[in-house]
Design a protein around this ligand. Structure first.
Ligand SMILES: [Zn+2]
Ligand SMILES: [Zn+2]
Length: 586
């Protein structure tokens, strides 16, 4: 075996080991596909988060039955325990090798390598040969647990001008137990799909007649959103933010001044009013800059924290749009903090605390990552170093562990990303804190310092929940639609047994409604069992049945959405119960 794998032992339980395992499984999948289907050409097959894929060019569409066949063949390859053999050959040799095999995509990859690359590595196991940098597992027999999941279209090299290939996704783990656990989570994710629950719970719709990626909130969805927005306003006021509101469109010249026109134009929409070009805002920053500039600012005014529930539009390609998660119009809980360099550390720490508080309130764990300077960055080296140092310092002071994403910062500054983890262990990007030394310069922002001189303030862009649409999507799936009481658009529903219980039902409704409880009535002439089932489907926290006993005792008997019956209560006691459960959030 001519192996040149790393000398260190890599365990499959490590992220790195798992990646190697999954990528090796992608090779085996391509091997199996080639064995079964004639004239299939292979493209690329990397490991990805939670699995792997391989792209194929094949005349027929792969069916679920095909995936089964491929899996069976893969099991054969695994049983044969072929060693992965690495060879270094010249680029010319590789080209002629893949030409003989008809692998035009591999030839294209080889031809596109930088001129000075003379040698390339190829890996084979059994009959299968692939152009690859490696590393791989020593032999195919080491695969214990994998599963092919689905097929999707993917353009060669991600470019829509290229040919559409078929991407087969799979997942793999070190052990069968871990695989089963992951497949269960995937199954659960399907059940919790926010697009499906959004329809079932009557929260929102996306309608082609209105346009792709545009959310239409139904009454319950709009209620859920306003509960969150009310929470946002209260929490921001508590933390010394001033609420502001800017316009949806601003003159193109202003977007040029800010640098968005140069760096972000492709994601923006434009319009014209009386011959004047306007850009529809993809971010909320610009109005906030103008608010700062409306007065001469002194160091005594700082920090200034401008908060806006800012609705923005961004052009996302149709192919990436996905329910509430990826949309073209969304509202951010956006704020810009303008402060002195000395205040920066405290401000970043306060935002990180705010995020920590918010994640706890909504029931999420989270991870923290620092993203550093990307390739298309604007601003000087000195500014970038200063900004990165400030973010790092604040993270170190907060004492929470964090990862580093090299080169993943915004074009105008480094950032801290907070990724929340949902009930299905998936990570979602929500909160960010972005440092910006550039906009204050472009807008010539200044404050009068203690020394009586003009100084440049530092600016932070930050969001706590991020795009509210996306956050709602995450929230729906996290709770599988059974929102905590304080977030439930409808907290209780009144169900009458027969029409003669309606007058009492109306009295109770008025009392609960007056107390601010979000209550609905179902006084229809339907069987009680039917009404209860419907309320359960709606995941309404409390069902209040109005029957003879309730009318006689002038009390109510709440039933939870889990089917549990509570002791009978007076209306006043029920109001107190709801208030007690919600009060820490409101
Ligand atoms: Zn490989
Ligand atoms: Zn901003």
């Amino acid at each position: 075996m001519n192996e040149k794998e790393p000398a260190d032992i890599i365990y499959f339980s490590s992220q790195e080991g798992l990646q190697i395992l999954r990528h090796s499984t992608a090779h085996i999948m391509a091997h199996a596909v080639q064995d079964i289907f004639k004239d299939v050409r292979i493209a690329i097959g990397p490991a990805i988060e939670n699995g792997f894929y391989y792209d194929f060019d094949y005349a027929q569409t792969f069916t679920p039955e095909d995936l089964e066949k491929i899996e069976n063949r893969m099991n054969g390859i695994i049983a044969a325990d072929y060693p992965f053999v690495r060879r270094e050959i010249s680029r010319e040799e590789a080209i002629s090798l893949f030409r003989k095999r008809g692998e035009t995509y591999k030839i294209e990859l080889l031809e596109d390598l930088p001129k000075d690359v003379e040698k390339v590595s190829i890996y084979s196991e059994g009959e299968f040969i692939d152009l690859c940098r490696g590393p791989h597992i020593p032999s195919t027999g080491m695969i214990r647990a994998f599963k092919l999941l689905n097929v999707a279209g993917a353009y060669w090299r991600g470019d829509e001008r290229n040919r559409m290939l078929q991407r087969i996704y799979g997942t793999g783990f070190a052990t069968k137990n871990e695989l089963m656990e992951h497949l269960n989570l995937l199954e659960e994710a399907k059940k919790r799909d926010h697009r499906r629950l959004g329809k079932e719970l009557d929260l929102f719709q996306v309608n082609d007649e209105a346009g792709a990626g545009l959310i239409i909130y139904h009454p319950k969805g709009a209620m859920l959103r306003s509960i969150i927005e009310d929470w946002e306003k209260k929490e921001h006021r508590k933390r010394g933010y001033d609420m502001v509101i800017g316009p949806q469109i601003l003159k193109v010249d202003l977007w040029k001044k800010s640098g968005h026109f140069d760096h972000y134009r492709e994601s923006m929409y434009f319009t014209e009013v009386e011959g004047q070009a306007y850009g529809i805002k993809p971010m909320n920053c610009l109005s906030h800059m103008l608010i700062y500039k409306a007065r001469i600012r002194s160091y005594r005014d700082l920090p200034l924290r401008f908060f806006e529930l800012g609705t923005v539009l961004r052009h996302e390609k149709t192919g990436v749009l996905h329910g509430l998660m990826r949309v073209r119009q969304f509202t951010q809980d956006d704020a810009h903090i303008l402060c002195t360099p000395e205040q920066l550390n405290d401000e970043i720490k306060a935002v990180a605390d705010f995020i920590d508080y918010a994640m706890d309130i909504f029931g999420f764990d989270y991870e923290v990552e620092l993203s550093t300077r990307p390739e298309n960055a604007i601003g000087s080296d000195r500014d970038w170093e200063m900004a990165e140092a400030a973010l790092r310092q604040a993270l170190n002071d907060n004492g929470k562990a964090y990862g580093i994403n090299e080169g993943d910062g915004a074009f105008y500054g480094p950032k801290i990303d907070f990724k929340l983890k949902d009930a299905l262990k998936r990570k979602w990007q929500c909160a960010t804190i972005q440092c910006d030394f550039t906009l204050p310069e472009r807008f010539d922002l200044a404050y009068i310092g203690v020394d009586g001189e003009k100084h440049r303030p530092v600016m932070l862009h930050r969001v706590i929940l991020g795009a509210i649409e996306r956050f709602l999507g995450v929230l729906i799936e996290h709770y599988a639609g059974s929102f905590p009481l304080w977030l439930s658009p409808v907290q209780a529903v009144l169900l009458t047994v027969t029409d003669k219980h309606i007058p009492y039902g109306k009295t109770v409704f008025r009392q609960l409604d007056d107390a601010g409880i979000r209550v609905e009535k179902d006084f229809r002439n339907e069987k009680l069992g039917y009404k209860i089932r419907e309320a359960q489907m709606q995941k309404t926290p409390y069902m209040l049945v109005m029957g003879n006993r309730e009318v006689e005792t002038q009390r109510i008997s709440p039933r939870g959405r889990d089917g549990k019956l509570l002791d009978s209560l007076s209306v006043g006691e029920f109001i107190a119960l709801v208030e007690e459960k919600c009060h820490q959030y409101q």
